[in-house]
Ligand binder design. Structure first.
Ligand code: ADP
Ligand code: MG
Length: 309
């Protein structure tokens, strides 16, 4: 197969909202008056982010999910993506499964693939850029958390990291390989949350980004952090703590909101059928304290360094 056959067969769908989609030198997109574009990109490398034998359908899903999660954290509605991909060969079953996983998630959220680049490489590399719209001036960011705000997290944490250690636990493996970007929640948090981030590198590390950008501190109660049910049966307290506080890849939203908005957030959780849990509070000053049930400060492992060897 040539490069162009790969693109035509696996990565071309009729353009819907795009003025020009796949097939020309540039895609063209119409952005409505009063909207801002939110743009993000995330790369998955074979050997670093996934193994050579990774299931291609799940990989297509995850490559898109990690990008849509960033748009969710900004409160943006995802609209378009471009896909740059390096392939070791034109393996048709692999391409069919990969593109099926990617398009299934894309279609669920009305996202259109409008262009990209395809090349042969020594390893598989998948780089997606995602574009979303958000009413001008309303996007969420890591800055804006105020002392006295509550800290909230969606869903549960630690499952994806548990899936790395215990791939035989189906619930945990699913969290790792098929994360669900919290797109509806992100958009509903506009005007409600004072700051937000998606939990890609672990609660402690990602919360530290909010604290740094917002110039505040925080106190989190470890016991309150919602976690995968599988931990209970496992009974490994050290592993549980490491996964829940420092494990990455969960793609839940972590956000701050004024205490006066609790009722609205509880109603939103019911409406979206997505648990929202209050895990702590923003404080004046700096630094993150994570405390156990007795109120003692716990030691924890901080952020993840993607540049580490
Ligand atoms: P150019 O050489 O002008 O950059 P290419 O030959 O690389 O164009 O690509 C041809 C068309 O196919 C372009 O519209 C490009 O955006 C699109 N395309 C290439 N690879 C992909 C891909 N993996 N997914 C979606 N569209 C792609
Ligand atoms: Mg090109």
């Amino acid at each position: 197969m040539t490069e162009f056959e790969v693109i035509r067969r696996y990565f071309t769908r009729p353009a819907k909202s795009a003025a020009m989609g796949v097939g020309d030198d540039c895609a063209r997109l119409r952005v409505a008056d009063g909207m801002e574009l939110a743009i993000t990109t995330d790369m998955l490398l074979e050997g670093r982010h996934f193994l050579s034998d990774a299931e291609p359908r799940a990989l297509g899903h995850k490559a898109l999910a990690v990008n849509l999660s960033d748009l969710a954290a900004a409160g943006a509605r995802p609209c378009w993506i471009v896909l740059a991909i390096a392939l070791k060969s034109a393996d048709e079953p692999w391409l069919a499964a990969f593109s099926a996983g990617l398009f299934a998630l894309a279609e669920r959220h009305g996202v259109e693939l409008v262009g990209g680049d395809t090349t042969r490489g020594e390893r598989t590399v998948i780089s997606i850029a995602a574009l979303g719209e958000v009413p001008a001036g309303t996007a969420l960011s890591r800055a804006g958390a105020k002392p006295g705000d509550d800290l909230w997290v969606s869903g549960e944490l630690g499952g994806a990291a548990l899936g790395l250690v215990h791939p035989e636990i189906a619930e945990a493996a699913a969290r790792l390989h098929r994360p669900e970007p919290r797109i509806a929640l992100g958009q509903r948090l506009r005007g409600l949350a004072s700051a937000a981030i998606d939990v890609s590198d672990g609660l402690a590390g990602d919360l530290a980004h909010i604290l740094e950008r917002s110039r505040v501190g925080a106190r989190v109660s470890y016991e309150l952090v919602p976690r995968a049910a599988a931990f209970r049966a496992l009974g490994d307290a050290a592993l549980e703590k490491d996964c829940v506080l420092s494990g990455g890849d969960d793609y839940e939203l972590l956000f701050a909101a004024p205490a006066g908005r609790r009722g609205e957030l509880q109603a939103l959780a019911r409406e979206l059928a997505l648990p929202l849990t209050r895990i702590g509070a923003v404080e004046a000053g700096e630094g993150l304290a994570i405390v156990d049930a007795a109120g003692r400060e716990m030691a924890f492992r901080g952020g993840f360094d993607h540049f580490a060897r």
